[in-house]
Write a protein of this length. Structure first.
Length: 364
């Protein structure tokens, strides 16, 4: 009984010390509070993958009924800013000056119904989206006038009916923020103790490895939970992202992933005595994979096989899938159970590894 009381007293005392250190350290407040707010504003309002304001140059044969119909359809679409040119040369000049992103030509052609679409391909992803948007508008106008042959395709978007990129960006941003708070901050806590010379004083006390480990986890878990709360407030009340799955799933998966990130940081911090080296390892080992290999920037199904192997060997991809289910889709019990078990396994293994490294530090 006395051992349990001593353990709790040690954890409380060291957690209080670490909490005061966080409050005195402006960089921790900056990363844990200020930076999430900046990222939420930047990703929510400054970054968008929506196809809007497409500058389209149209070369139309005004005597043709189809060209008039298609030109009117493009003009009435809010996604396009249409400029009609009488000749190809003027339209191509606009494309070369970057005044237009695409040129579509409705002049008379040897083959009936044939049109030419030229798209600026410097930004390849946007070029594909621009081409698809133009073709979808043309096909839609043609089907309304019975110009299309065969079946008529009526598209419907599930889970994100308005096709807003914010609904896709904010869950990915939660992954980045929790990774940043969990790994980047805790990666330096033990190394900082060595650099400041306070670790020797801590090791002179009868402290256990678990007490040292928990005292480093608890304060940053609270800080990470605060950052997560800011993300949820912004997601639900500012950006109006629906929670079609379960709020409990989002909360549980976020808590487990935050613990995983904290343990990754502690493993890194316990492996080196340099804050600079710890921060660089944390950047390469956790933050960059969370951004690049989580499926946030690009669909992993389009990535090479070796990239998929690396991605699915890391926790962020499983957490992002859980957030997508929690926010946008709901259901998918098999995927939820599998990903939660994977994250729990990561947390358990990393916790044991961090405890082992802390024990080595205590015994030295």
């Amino acid at each position: 009984m006395m051992q349990v009381q001593d353990f709790c007293r040690h954890v409380f005392a060291l957690s209080l010390k670490e909490s005061r250190q966080i409050l005195r350290d402006k960089s921790s407040i900056l990363v844990g509070v200020v930076l999430p707010i900046i990222l939420l504003i930047l990703f929510g309002y400054g970054i968008s993958f929506d196809v809007k304001d497409i500058r389209l140059a149209v070369v139309a044969d005004q005597s043709g009924t189809q060209s008039v119909l298609y030109t009117q359809a493009l003009t009435n679409n809010d996604s396009f800013i249409v400029d009609v040119f009488p000749t190809r040369k003027e339209a191509f000049d606009a494309l070369n000056r970057f005044d237009a992103e695409a040129v579509i030509i409705f002049e008379k052609r040897p083959v009936a119904g044939e049109v030419q679409l030229l798209v600026n391909g410097i930004d390849a992803p946007r070029a594909s989206m621009v081409a698809n948007a133009v073709l979808a508008t043309i096909e839609g106008a043609g089907s309304l006038q019975n110009q299309s042959k065969g079946i008529t395709v009526i598209p419907r978007i599930w889970f994100n009916e308005s096709a807003e990129s914010r609904w896709y960006l904010v869950p990915g941003l939660i992954v980045i923020i929790l990774t940043m708070i969990g790994t980047m901050l805790t990666a330096m806590v033990i190394a900082r103790e060595w650099e400041r010379g306070t670790m020797e004083a801590i090791l002179a006390t009868p402290i256990s490895p678990w007490a040292l480990l928990l005292s480093k986890i608890i304060p940053y878990f609270v800080l990470g939970a605060f950052g997560w709360g800011l993300c949820m407030i912004a997601a639900v009340w500012v950006y109006h992202i629906p929670v079609r799955g379960s709020l409990w799933l989002i909360t549980l998966s976020s808590a487990i992933y935050l613990l995983v990130s904290l343990c990754i940081g502690l493993v890194i911090s316990a492996s080196t005595r340099s804050q600079f080296l710890s921060s660089q390892i944390a950047l390469l080992a956790s933050f960059l994979p969370a951004v690049i290999l989580s499926g946030f920037i690009f669909d992993l199904r389009s990535a090479p096989q070796w990239a998929n192997v690396i991605a699915y060997a890391m926790p962020p991809v499983y957490f992002l899938d859980l957030l997508k289910v929690g926010f946008l889709t709901g259901g998918m019990q098999a995927l939820v159970v599998k990903n939660l078990l994977v994250l729990v396994a990561y947390a358990a293994v990393l916790l044991v590894l961090a405890r082992h490294l802390c024990e080595k530090r205590v015994r030295k």
